[in-house]
Design a protein around this ligand. Structure first.
Ligand code: IFM
Length: 723
């Protein structure tokens, strides 16, 4: 793979790269994502038009997101030879993704006997009209050739856990092909329309040197969106250039607000932009009815569900670049509160216990047996669903961070305050009061490090819950002073007498005499081995290290940043020396078996003078979807796809780590820490509705604002910045 400015490019076709390139060359517009496969491919090559927010369950298999019929399917034949990279002779091949506006293209020259036949195709999912999938496809040859084109909405699609729809209607209305489907479980309708601007039904004779080209515009609609959709689709101006123009102009707007320019380091610049490209391609833009799946829109891995990844890794990017998108993500959680309350009841608790794997209703898609034991082939009991309780605190964190960064507290009145309360009420109910210690503890939990299940007092979890209860106290205070009606109504419904005591008496593990914070009670007593040793004990590649018999379970080996994740989130609350002591202590034990891990180590490293490590971990997180250097399997479970949390982590490391951006409720500070190779860094941040343009040149920081700055406070190196 080559990187050229804003493009990635393959210069040959390798069968072994098909799966990885499907993720690398992904395009998306928040409504749907399309894997970077070639037009002639089918489900065996994992072609997928993955729909955001549309889920289905086939029988008793895992409920997952739906891959809709493939609108980009095209098979071409030259003198009856199929032009397929998997079977035909290839003279040359290029596949390109232009991340400046999500345009995928390919250019393949085939040798068909003594004729060279070339296929060029470019496609995009419109950012201007989220229902549209547009492709321009052309064939040319160096000798007179007969071409046949086979293109349709291909409903024989890749699906991990069984088929998800039945075809209910397939018709042609004037020049539009209509395909109607219905999901199996909830009978949700999908309508796809296809318009082709040329006659491709009959063989086409082209002369040597001539090109035959056609444009296909498809419309994809589901759920309530299908209402009048055929009429809407008919009215779309289907001119390719016009569609491309409006698509590009939307992307230009997006980049204007979210780009980061790095001078002096092309590798880092590209990786960072590539991460931003992915975040912008997968975020729902016009709805709060769905979240961002852990594998983005690259397929059905992790059931298309949203995890804590959204709040803790991706939301900072959205809150600082396009607050309305962040608001939608928070509203998605508010909208799924009922599901979280059902889950709490299921485990005999009050309040809201958010889904570890959240789909459209907020009921948990996570199974109690989420991994198959690779030795016995039996389902293995895991405790992600019932014990990873920090999720409810992460959700509160997301809401409160949104309020802090945007200065917009209106969500409190739109169910946000109730959501906060219910999450905290769950923790209050879950917590164990230890009378002899006069404190509340949180037992039998799973922290970010999933290799150690059902532990007591995981430092990250306890600290997140403390943040959440403090946020509730602040939110109540805000409501009391600014939203009296909401406050009064809230008090009529809810008992808050326990809140202050819970906030004061919740136990937060502290640094020991070596300044190290124990990850959970008893962690220090576990077997002290390093990564080479644990790897040498593996019996089978990909065996799962967690669970009852997992290799890591009895050792200090951890899957991902846990205490260091906590230090990253609460950077201003811990001293440099505590951060350093913990970073150095936990780093050798950390597998980075999750793509969520590297950024936390990267950000904390920027703060403790470990510049080389910071850069190394930044590049690890920023290049994860370029190198494909991640786990593809856990046991026999396929977990490939894109890694949006790492993409968010890359932005976080750049802005919070190297840019040195930190904030309290009142003040935004910039104390830069650029890597040696970065001459300058420029980016925009939306702070309390003022868009700041920040240019860092070494230690020099220049900031301009798009509106008066009287109501905001900004400091540079902790000193007031004069605009
Ligand atoms: O949320 C993560 C978790 O922390 C580690 N396993 C994968 C999940 C989805 O990204």
């Amino acid at each position: 793979m080559e990187k050229l400015g804003w493009k990635i490019k393959e210069n040959e076709f390798l069968k072994s790269d098909v799966e990885q390139n499907g993720s690398r060359y992904l395009i998306g517009n928040g409504y749907m994502g399309y894997r970077g496969t070639l037009e002639e491919f089918g489900k065996e090559q994992l072609v997928a038009l993955n729909m955001a927010g549309l889920f289905d369950r086939n029988g008793d298999k895992w409920r997952e997101s739906v891959n809709a019929p493939n609108p980009f399917f095209v098979k071409a034949f030259a003198n009856d030879t199929e032009l397929n990279v998997l079977t035909a002779n290839i003279d040359s091949h290029e596949q390109v993704l232009d991340i400046s506006y999500g345009l995928h293209s390919r250019n393949t020259v085939f040798c068909v006997n003594d004729t060279k036949v070339s296929i060029k195709a470019e496609r995009f999912l419109s950012m201007a009209n989220e229902n549209l999938a547009v492709i321009k496809y052309s064939v040319s040859a160096d000798k007179d050739t007969e071409i046949k084109i086979n293109t349709y909405l291909d409903s024989d699609v890749w699906s991990i856990n069984g088929d998800h729809f039945e075809v209910t209607e397939q018709t042609k209305q004037d020049d539009i092909s209509v395909l109607k489907l219905m999901t199996l479980e909830n009978k949700i309708p999908l309508s796809l329309y296809e318009y082709i601007n040329q006659d491709v039904e009959n063989p086409i004779k082209i002369k040597a040197g001539e090109t035959f080209a056609f444009v296909k515009v498809s419309g994809v609609y589901w759920g309530e969106g299908i209402l009048n959709s055929l009429d809407t689709f008919k009215q779309v101006n289907k001119d390719y250039d016009a569609l491309l123009k409006e698509h590009k102009s939307k992307w230009n707007e997006i980049w204007y607000n979210s780009d980061i320019e790095v001078e002096g380091d092309n590798e880092a610049q590209f990786a960072l932009r590539y991460s931003i490209y992915h975040l912008n391609s997968i975020v729902p833009r016009n709805t709060y009815k769905c979240g961002i799946p852990a594998r983005g829109l690259s397929g059905q891995v992790y059931k298309g569900a949203s995890f804590w990844d959204t709040e803790m890794f991706m939301m900072p990017f959205f809150s600082f670049t396009d607050a309305s998108l962040c608001k939608n993500l928070v509203k998605y959680r508010i909208n799924t509160l009922a599901g979280a309350m059902r889950k709490a009841k299921e485990f005999d608790f009050d309040g809201a216990f958010y889904a570890w794997e959240s789909q459209e209703t907020g009921d948990d898609a996570c199974s109690l047996f989420n991994v198959t034991d690779i030795f016995t082939k039996r389902p293995m009991r895991t405790h992600f669903k019932d014990s990873q309780i920090h999720i409810s605190a992460d959700v509160v964190y997301g809401l409160w961070q949104y309020c802090t960064v945007s200065g917009d507290y209106s969500l409190l009145e739109e169910g946000g305050l109730d959501m906060m309360y219910q999450c905290l009420f769950f923790f209050y109910d879950y917590a164990v009061y230890k009378p002899l210690k006069n404190r509340y503890e949180l037992h039998s939990v799973v922290g970010p490090d999933e290799y150690h299940e059902r532990v007591n007092n995981n430092a990250f979890t306890n600290k997140m819950v403390k943040y959440a209860v403090d946020a509730l106290v602040s939110a109540l205070d805000y409501a009391k002073n600014n939203m009296p009606q909401l406050y009064e109504e809230f008090l009529l419904k809810n008992d808050i007498s326990w809140v202050d005591e819970f906030a004061q008496k919740l136990y937060i593990p502290q640094p020991n005499e070596n300044e190290v914070i124990e990850q959970f009670d008893g962690y220090f007593k576990l077997e002290d081995i390093g990564l080479p040793e644990i790897r040498s004990r593996e019996l089978i590649p990909h065996e799962y290290w967690g669970g009852g018999n997992g290799l890591a379970t009895t050792t200090r080996i951890i899957k991902q940043a846990d205490v260091v994740m906590m230090l990253n989130i609460f950077r201003s609350e811990y001293s440099k020396s505590v951060k350093k002591a913990n970073w150095e202590f936990y780093e050798p034990y950390t597998e980075h078996g999750s793509s969520l891990s590297a950024c936390a180590y990267g950000i904390v490293a920027t703060e403790i003078g470990m510049a080389d490590w910071a850069y190394k971990y930044f590049m690890k997180t920023a290049t994860v979807d370029l190198t494909g250097d991640t786990k593809q399997y856990v046991g026999d479970l396929y977990i490939g796809g894109t890694h949006p949390a790492a993409n968010g982590g890359s932005w976080n490391t750049a802005v919070f780590g190297f840019g040195g951006v930190s904030y309290t409720n009142e003040v935004l500070d910039i104390t830069p820490n650029l890597p040696e190779s970065w001459k300058s860094m420029k980016f925009k941040l939306l702070w309390k509705d003022v868009r700041l343009d920040i240019a860092i040149n070494g230690d020099d920081v220049k900031i301009t604002a798009d509106k008066p700055t009287d109501n905001i406070k900004v400091t540079v190196n902790k000193k007031e910045y004069k605009f």
